[in-house]
Design a protein around this ligand. Structure first.
Ligand code: GLA
Length: 365
């Protein structure tokens, strides 16, 4: 019998820099020690897929799914798996078992975690950038117009570090998370689904603003905004331009261990996402205000696309006890991406019964 293989993709928390990736701006995410593991028992011509998150549901996917069928495939959660299969073109089908320590739909990138885990399993792509492009194309094939933020860090993050990404050049820099900082993620409990949330509207508004400004918003300056007559487009563009400035400031502040400055930039980011970009919700705003009022927190903001999901808090170690909050919360650590510490996918020696987080491996010969 062919060997069973498995791979784990980490989720991600974006420390700062939201709605900048598809504008060719900057972001500072980290891959985290929560993730999705996919086990693959190869054999047969199609795939049977089960997921811990959807007990009792079984998806059947042909080994060469047609792109046109992907947006109709049921159950919906299996569409991304089918899209990655359609791009990765594995040589054989089999049974795929998906299990997760990440809350689904909470803005911690459970879908990119699945995508990068599948790429690691199927040996698709090579560099973090190639894997990220494949995962992005897979999301696009399911009808979700995401940027490269999530799969890039889920593939190429590094333990103990945030990843400063410049989406214009795709240059990346690993920025150490200082010892005196703890990252806590708190779930607002409200859910968003990027297929239904007005995410695509924001992408379109930014494209319209960029066309008027004459350059991608991530490369524009505040002076460029004066020419934008439409107040809504001006607010959207202002968020992107100022957010990129904040990302640069936060990366520099983290690098020198200045958590007060980094935290203040997180606070400003939330305000900008709420007022200029209008992707916050009353629940997220109230949660951010509550967490910021607690001693030992440096800053807090919604993380990811918004419209629900999670808040990220930069705090003094031990200041915020996840168990003491009245909702799900996690103290997360920056972890290696699915391609491992070297970013090249070197296989780990771990066995499937005790998978090393965020790596790929095999057992049974
Ligand atoms: C989602 C998308 C990313 C990015 C964020 C917002 O997570 O998948 O590409 O646009 O929203 O920063």
């Amino acid at each position: 019998m062919p060997a069973q293989r498995w791979a784990t993709g980490p989720g991600r928390v974006n420390l700062i820099g939201d709605h900048t990736d598809y504008n060719l701006g900057l972001a500072l995410p980290l891959a985290v020690d929560l993730g999705v593991t996919v086990a693959w028992e190869p054999g047969g011509d199609g795939f049977t897929v089960v997921s811990d998150a959807y007990p009792g549901e079984v998806a059947r996917i042909p080994r060469r799914p047609e792109t046109a069928t992907l947006t109709r495939l049921e159950p919906v959660w299996a569409r991304l798996v089918a899209a990655v299969v359609s791009l990765a073109r594995p040589a054989t089908g089999g049974v795929l078992r998906v299990s997760s320590t990440l809350p689904a739909g909470a803005g911690l990138s459970s879908s990119a975690a699945v995508g990068v885990a599948l790429c690691a399993l199927f040996g698709a792509g090579g560099t973090p950038e190639e894997v990220a492009r494949l995962c992005q194309e897979a999301e696009h094939r399911t009808g979700v117009p995401v940027g490269l933020l999530d799969p890039l860090v889920c593939a190429g993050g590094r333990r103990g570090h945030a990843l400063l990404v410049d989406f214009a050049s795709l240059a990346t820099e690993h920025v150490p998370v200082p010892e005196g900082a703890e990252v806590v993620v708190v779930d607002s409990g409200t859910r968003r689904d990027l297929r239904n949330a007005p995410y695509a509207d924001r992408v379109a508004e930014c494209a319209a603003a960029a066309a008027r400004v004459g350059r991608p918003l991530g490369l524009a300056g505040e002076d460029d905004l004066a020419g934008l007559a439409d107040p809504r487009l001006r607010r959207r563009a202002r968020h992107v331009v100022t957010e990129c400035r904040r990302v640069r400031g936060a990366a520099a502040a983290l690098a020198r261990g200045d958590l007060a400055v980094a935290g203040a930039l997180l606070d400003e980011s939330h305000a900008s996402l709420a007022t200029d970009f209008e992707v916050s919700t009353p629940e997220l705003d109230a949660l951010v205000a509550d967490l910021r009022a607690r001693p030992g927190t440096f800053g807090a903001r919604l993380t990811g696309a918004g419209f629900g999901g999670c808040v990220v808090v930069l705090a003094e170690p031990g200041a915020l006890d996840p168990a003491g909050l009245d909702r799900p919360a996690w103290r997360v650590r920056a972890a290696d991406g699915a391609l491992g510490p070297t970013g090249d996918g070197s296989p780990s020696a771990a066995t499937p019964s005790a998978p090393a987080p965020h790596r790929a491996g095999s057992a049974g010969g």
